[in-house]
Design a protein around this ligand. Structure first.
Ligand code: HEC
Length: 161
């Protein structure tokens, strides 16, 4: 009985140690590793803002105020996007990232892809204020195209990360 309890508590200690190692992986300490996590959180916010616009557009009577707010949020994030990629936050960062090395080796191309998103989201924001739903829908597709253009060139496919 005593032996059994000891075995169980040893197993628990083992689990605790494994848990600590996992926690360490999840919280990188290098500036590059931290930047990856911050960046991925920003992208989740961007996807949420843009996704909210899309969800509203699929409703029978889209609320223009909701679309405007989502478009403004997306445009603001797009403006900040280039700052999410400090040197050292690429594949060498030591944490899981889908950011390709080309972001830094082809900095001009990446800057152009970011500028494209800035232009398309700014236009979406303007159209959202004007309120023509068909025009907003067409522009939302253009924004989606700007996401895809950059992902195709600078984001590793899901199975690689
Ligand atoms: C200029 C390039 C660029 C543009 C434009 C861009 N992305 Fe990304 N996106 C990336 C890169 C690079 C990553 C990989 C980030 C990483 O793993 O460190 C990424 C990752 C993501 C992720 C995954 C985040 C995570 O949890 O790991 C989402 C979601 C995403 N992007 C959504 C979008 C949406 C929506 C748009 C358009 C509104 C967009 N992106 C536009 C380059 C871009």
């Amino acid at each position: 009985m005593a032996l059994r309890i000891m075995t169980i508590s040893l197993a628990l200690v083992g689990l605790a140690v494994a848990g600590a190692a996992l926690a360490q992986d999840a919280a990188p300490t290098t500036p590059g590793g931290k930047a990856v996590l911050t960046r991925q959180a920003h992208y989740k916010d961007l996807a949420k803002a843009f996704g909210g616009v899309g969800a509203e557009l699929r409703k029978d009577a889209p609320d223009k105020a909701v679309i405007s707010a989502g478009a403004a949020m997306a445009a603001g994030l797009a403006t900040d996007l280039p700052s999410w990629f400090p040197k050292g936050s690429g594949p060498e960062a030591g944490v899981k990232t889908a950011a390709k090395a080309e972001i830094w080796t082809d900095a001009a191309g990446f800057a152009a892809a970011a500028a494209k998103l800035q232009g398309e989201t700014a236009k979406l924001q303007q159209l959202a204020m004007a309120g023509d739903i068909d025009a907003i829908k067409a522009q939302a597709r253009a924004v989606g195209g700007a996401c895809k253009t950059c992902h195709d060139a600078y984001r590793a496919p899901a199975e690689q990360h």
